[in-house]
Design a protein around this ligand. Structure first.
Ligand SMILES: [Mn+2]
Length: 440
């Protein structure tokens, strides 16, 4: 949790943005069963966390412009018998005492109370259509009091607007404390990647490195990976969302690890690719040097005067030129870009916003065009090249090589600030770490 002031200031910013007759309602994330009655560890929705820090399930957060009690929480009540099984709850008292709510009620009362509370609200910022169960609760609560409101000559919500319009625009711009968390998450992530580089060896399984990476996150106070850790050796690096991580690596392979530590609900997102043997082969070096060149030029483009799309265009330009030189592609660079021929070996985007969610919220366009980058935005920069072993069109020496290099970048009014700069990245740095002593 951040300090209570931070959440209070964010809620005030939302209330300041709302107009008279508007309110915002956020429903918490569900908890999910893994199998039988065993639950996945609960993670609250990032929007609820952003405005309150509230971490327990069964939660709704209501902000009403102009109300006597603008901030209402509906929460799991304290229940000593249940708490023996599932853990301590902050409860209704905690909601008002520690979390700053002006009033709080048990979540079970949402359907009975919400309608009354929304009398006088014309427009409700509520993410309708995402969760049928929540829609039934919310629309049912409004319907219950419609007649009463009409008889009293008062309004009820007749328009539902995505809360993201306000909230996700706020979340896109990171404050100093958010940047500090992302930087610390980046430092821990760098340690985890370097630990994996040191531990890789002929015959080791991908899941061993996954365990080491995830352990390193926890060891340094992270809550774990912010998304499922990807460890792909050899040709597995060419499967973009490879998470089975069940193959043994061998000398001569590269290993691609895409893993980020989540710390205090903010996550890093880093990819490094390194040789099991500790030394890149000549063809691996050729492709690695090209991806790194593209990545560095893309990072330089994360600055004022550029748009989000400019960063991707830079990656496409540098990689396509390089692929022609290396004879992965044949033809004119401009035409290969125009026809998207580069997608054969570079098929994904170069960046996404980063924050509480790994693919963080916030619009990528403004007035129909790609959005200009502004100070406070954090984005990933992750060009790659993927040459499947079975690709008979590619020069033989490149087949089975997959490389991605990914860092997290804060846009500032000056030079781009690489929040994950602590992690070895050049060929020399990576080889040096790989050849260092095993296991941190
Ligand atoms: Mn990413």
């Amino acid at each position: 949790m951040l300090s209570a002031d931070v959440y209070a200031a964010r809620r005030q910013a939302v209330l300041d943005t709302l107009e008279e007759g508007q309110a915002m309602l956020l429903l918490g994330a569900h908890h999910f069963l893994r199998n039988g009655d065993a639950e996945y560890r609960y993670r609250q929705s990032s929007d609820v966390l952003y405005l309150s820090g509230w971490e327990d399930p069964e939660c709704a957060l209501l902000l009403r412009k102009g109300a006597e009690k603008p901030f209402t929480l509906f929460v799991q009540p304290k229940d000593p018998e249940r708490e023996v099984w599932t853990g301590r709850r902050a409860g209704v008292q905690g909601a008002t005492g520690d979390f700053g709510a002006d009033q709080a009620f048990p979540f079970a009362q949402l359907k009975m109370q919400l309608g009354e509370m929304l009398i006088g609200t014309r427009e409700l910022f509520y993410a309708a259509g995402l969760d049928a169960g929540y829609d039934t609760k919310v629309l049912g609560a409004v319907a219950r009091v419609r007649r009463k409101a009409r008889d009293a000559g008062q309004v009820l919500p007749d328009a539902f607007i995505s809360p993201g319009r306000i909230l996700h625009e706020m979340r896109l711009f990171k404050s100093e404390e958010e940047v500090a968390l992302l930087r610390r998450a980046g430092d821990i992530t760098a340690q985890a990647h370097e630990a994996a580089m040191r531990a890789a060896k002929d015959g080791a399984f991908e899941y061993e490195l996954e365990a080491l990476v995830d352990y390193t996150f926890r060891r340094h106070g992270g809550s774990g990976p912010g998304y499922t850790t990807i460890v792909g050796a050899g040709d597995n690096a060419n499967i973009l969302h490879y998470i089975v991580n069940n193959t043994a690596m061998k000398d001569g392979d590269l290993v691609l690890i895409d893993a980020g530590c989540e710390l205090n609900n903010y996550t890093a997102d880093v990819t490094r690719t390194f040789p099991v043997s500790g030394r890149f082969t000549a063809p691996q070096k050729e492709l690695y040097a090209l991806v790194l060149d593209a990545q560095l030029k893309c990072i330089a483009a994360c600055s004022l005067g550029h748009t989000f799309a400019d960063v991707h265009d830079m990656a496409i330009r540098v990689l396509t030129e390089g692929m022609v030189e290396l004879e992965l592609l044949k033809g004119e660079v401009d035409e290969l870009i125009e026809t998207k021929a580069y997608k054969k070996y570079y098929m994904h985007g170069t960046s996404h916003w980063l924050g509480m969610d790994v693919h963080d919220v916030g619009s990528y366009v403004a007035l129909g065009d790609s959005r200009p980058l502004e100070p406070g935005m954090v984005l990933t920069v992750e060009p790659g090249l993927y040459v499947p072993a079975a690709d008979m069109d590619a020069p033989e020496r490149f087949r089975g090589i997959g490389i991605r290099i990914e860092d997290d970048v804060l846009v500032t009014s000056g030079a781009p600030d690489v929040l994950t700069a602590a992690c070895a990245k050049t060929i020399e740095e990576v080889e040096a770490v790989c050849q260092g002593s095993s296991l941190a």
